[in-house]
Design a protein around this ligand. Structure first.
Ligand code: CO8
Length: 374
């Protein structure tokens, strides 16, 4: 078996910032317009009035203060409440591929690798722009990677860690020298911006990581992957029913279940213990204890959730240095959250330091990697 490393990472940040204040102002304008337009049906009880959102609630309930999105104008237009994307011709690079190519190039540069040295590309995200041809094959082509293979995969918020597990095993077993994993998460297209319960949750981003054989003399900020562990357990508490069969069911694309829906409180209660136990058990397979871990790069859905997981792992509050937070700035970016945290907060650690990358989310799904700085 080959020893395997993470040798570089990249981060594409979407161009527009939406603050909570801007978001709430636009949502509340939308709610007032909706209530005025539906006054009669609201009075008869046929339609529920839309209640106003608040910056205070969002910050207290989630820890999110802003988010990056690809298009701000469409999202904040009270009449539209969704991003506006311009269709592209088939001979133009797709939007999702474009952001993945940007992050992918950064990761390759950080790893000091060229296109000729990458044997596989995995595009791992909660949503693909289209079913086929695979986004990953378009990204492979756009990066000038002329050999190997590429494919898409989706395990919602755990897409990135599940893809890293596949990359780890491909390199470990020798079927690839190196694998590029990209996570283009365009969550703004999948979010019900007109639903007060969740309109603040998501942002857009793309992360990328190069996984390769551990070189004899690793460069700075190279991490050996010591192990990976995946788990799933079926739950309907985070769900989206949109799919290629929706039109055959004569569904209205505006039906609420054709976008992200969740029972946030249930998710919170059920996933925190699962994630903490998953990490503890994973560490135990390597005779390690949570207290020996220098840094946890956790999934970034909710600040209180990560604080609770920290307490369960360590028996005390984890410091921001031990479990860095990026969701205040990026919001929930689905599978990219733990990778943004790793990208932003890994260079400062010392040789020999241990870290855990862990995601959790829809499915339910949990994925973790234990890494050691070279
Ligand atoms: N403003 C003011 N009040 C509000 C608002 C708002 N915006 N929203 C809700 N309220 C009200 C509610 O109506 C409720 O009022 P009442 O008590 O009178 O009924 C009260 O505030 C409390 O509401 P909640 O119980 O919903 O509030 P919580 O404290 O539970 O916070 C959260 C809601 C923030 C959603 C929280 O439950 C949470 O973060 N849970 C965890 C969620 C999570 O981790 N989800 C997994 C991530 S998603 C994932 O895995 C990826 C899916 C695929 C990606 C899709 C890409 C788009």
């Amino acid at each position: 078996m080959q020893r395997v490393s993470i040798s570089g990472s990249g981060l594409y940040t979407a161009p527009c910032i939406i603050s909570n204040e801007e978001l709430v102002a636009s949502y509340n304008a939308h709610a007032r317009q909706f209530n005025a337009a539906n006054a009669q049906r609201i009075a008869t009880g046929e339609v529920a009035a839309r209640e106003e959102s608040s910056v205070d609630f969002i910050e207290k309930a989630s820890g999110i203060t802003r988010r990056y999105v690809l298009d701000k104008e469409g999202v904040l237009d009270p009449q539209r409440m969704r991003p506006r994307f311009v269709p592209r011709r088939n001979d133009e690079l797709s939007l999702q591929a474009e952001i993945a190519v940007d992050a992918g190039r950064q990761a390759l540069a950080a790893a000091g690798r060229g296109a000729a040295e990458i044997d596989a590309v995995i595009c791992a995200a909660s949503n693909m722009q289209r079913p086929y041809p695979a986004m990953a094959v378009e990204i492979q082509n756009a990066l000038g990677i002329g050999q190997g293979y590429a494919f898409d995969m989706n395990v919602a918020c755990s897409s990135a860690t599940f893809a890293l597990d596949i990359a780890f095993n491909a390199v470990r077993c020798g079927s690839a020298r190196s694998v590029l994993v990209v996570d283009p998460e365009i969550c703004s297209a999948h979010l019900a911006w007109q639903d007060r319960d969740c309109h603040f949750i998501f942002g857009d981003v793309c992360t990328a990581i190069v996984v390769e054989r551990l070189p004899p003399e690793p460069a700075a900020n190279t991490w050996e992957i010591l192990g990976s562990r995946l788990a799933t357990s079926f739950s309907n508490n985070i769900r989206n029913n949109a799919g290629f069969m929706s039109r055959c069911e004569d569904r209205d694309p505006g039906d609420r279940d054709q976008l992200f829906v969740q029972e946030g409180r249930k998710v919170f209660k059920e996933v925190c213990p699962l994630a903490a136990e998953h990490i503890t058990r994973h560490l135990a397979t390597l005779d390690l204890k949570p207290a020996q871990v220098r840094r946890f790069w956790l999934h970034q859905a909710n600040l209180a959730m990560n604080q609770l997981i920290g307490r369960r792992l360590l028996g005390r509050e984890a410091t921001a240095d031990e479990a860095p937070v990026i969701l205040d700035e990026f919001a929930n970016t689905a599978s990219a959250g733990s990778i943004i945290s790793f990208h932003r907060h890994s260079a400062d650690l010392a040789s020999g330091d241990l870290g855990v990358i862990c995601s959790f989310g829809a499915g339910y799904s949990i994925g973790s990697l234990i890494v050691r700085k070279c």
